[in-house]
Ligand binder design. Structure first.
Ligand code: HEM
Length: 171
């Protein structure tokens, strides 16, 4: 993890996003990591992930190292959850508890990935509903929105103000 974040600090952001995009589709089960096969259409091809989700090779490398040390013990879902947390901490972000014991999915859902992950053109109400259906509330959504704007807004102050206004009117 140290190596990946030292090489590119953005990797912390990318891994956190992978964890989020995994968890919003049938739970945190590493379904996002599965490639297409005879029976699977990979979630990597969804609108939210195609040409956008990145960092898979870091998870692959950790999984390979773990398989050498303790084969078939640590799930990819736990690795992804830990990698999101640990890379965030290494990049100077907050820490949080990560309970372990997730089991990896043998299935993926392209349609759930398309429909369930919040999209940039969704209304606030739609995004709120999607969060709510995952047991997340306004408190979870608020800092997220502001944090993303913090990272990506070119005119940060006006966008944050805009977001706060939407926040006050809609709920
Ligand atoms: C609330 C609804 C959300 C929407 C509509 C949204 C949408 C987006 C979009 C459109 C991008 C840019 C993707 C690209 O340039 O290819 C992005 C990047 C990102 N998102 Fe979200 N996102 C949301 C919530 C979240 C949440 C909850 C997290 C973290 C748990 C998150 C973490 C990130 C990160 C870290 C990036 C940058 C990734 C990188 O640089 O590789 N987002 N998001």
């Amino acid at each position: 993890m140290n190596k990946a974040v030292a090489k590119e600090a953005r990797m912390a952001a990318s891994l956190l996003r992978l964890h989020f995009h995994d968890c919003f589709v049938k739970g945190c089960d590493a379904s996002l990591l599965l490639d297409s096969s005879r029976t699977i259409i990979s979630e990597k091809l969804s609108n939210a992930n195609r040409n956008s989700a990145r960092g898979f090779e870091v998870i692959d490398e950790i999984k390979c190292a773990l398989e050498k040390e303790c084969p078939q013990i640590v799930s990819c879902a736990d690795i992804l959850a830990l990698a999101a947390r640990d890379s965030t901490v290494l990049a100077g972000g907050p820490s949080w508890e990560v309970p372990l014991g997730r089991r990896d999915s043998r299935e993926a859902s392209l349609s759930d990935s398309n429909n369930d992950i919040p999209a940039p053109n969704n209304t606030f109400d739609t995004i709120f509903t999607k969060f709510n259906s995952r047991g997340l509330d306004l408190v979870d959504l608020g800092p997220t929105q502001l944090e993303i704007l913090d990272v990506s807004a070119s005119n940060k102050d006006s966008m944050v103000n805009q977001e706060i206004t939407i926040f006050q009117i809609t709920p």
